[in-house]
Design a protein around this ligand. Sequence first.
Ligand SMILES: C[S@@+](CC[C@H](N)C(=O)[O-])C[C@H]1O[C@@H](n2cnc3c(N)ncnc32)[C@H](O)[C@@H]1O
Length: 186
Amino acid sequence: MPAWLKPLPAMVHPKFSARYYGSGLVAPELLMGRRVLDLGNGSGRDCYVLAQLVGAGGSLLGVDMTAEQLEVANAYLDYHAERFGYANVVFRQGYIEGLAALDLADACFDVIVSNCVINLSPDKDSLQREAHRLLKLRGELYFFDVYADRRLADVAAPGRGALWMARPGRCPVLERFREPGTAPRL
Ligand SMILES: C[S@@+](CC[C@H](N)C(=O)[O-])C[C@H]1O[C@@H](n2cnc3c(N)ncnc32)[C@H](O)[C@@H]1O
């Protein structure tokens, strides 16, 4: 992690370290004032870190399907607002392939991040279409995940460890993110 980022996780309540299931922070640069969506926020640690990078003029929306995760995330909203000096984080329950149900306006985010969740989605086409709709022109999607640079033959049967995620439909395929209509910048 670069030195300029290191103080930010330390501002997040210690409870969140134990409930972190990401693989390091997805931290785009130049976020000040930006509106950011986190797909599959879990307990919300990345949201609370990124909230400091977007500052009081920006905002973070975390979306996760699991009530227990959101309960933790929401329980510390006031704690972090007090530490940061502003409240700019909101969490909502939902499916990342069902973002349309959240009634979010077109082109309302500058940046979408996701940390170890896209590979879990059973319907990445819907997820990609919605991500494209929700991003502003020249908006960017950043994800930390397993992914493939091409479609894979269905050689990996369920139950074979890590290869399970490499089955078509499981693993995000980079080429799909480059197709017209589903192509936010990576
Ligand atoms: C591996 S954890 C990562 C959580 C978080 N990004 C982090 O870094 O700690 C996966 C999270 O994604 C959520 N999740 C998995 N599939 C989802 C889906 N289809 N829609 C919304 N959330 C989902 C789970 O509830 C869980 O909180």
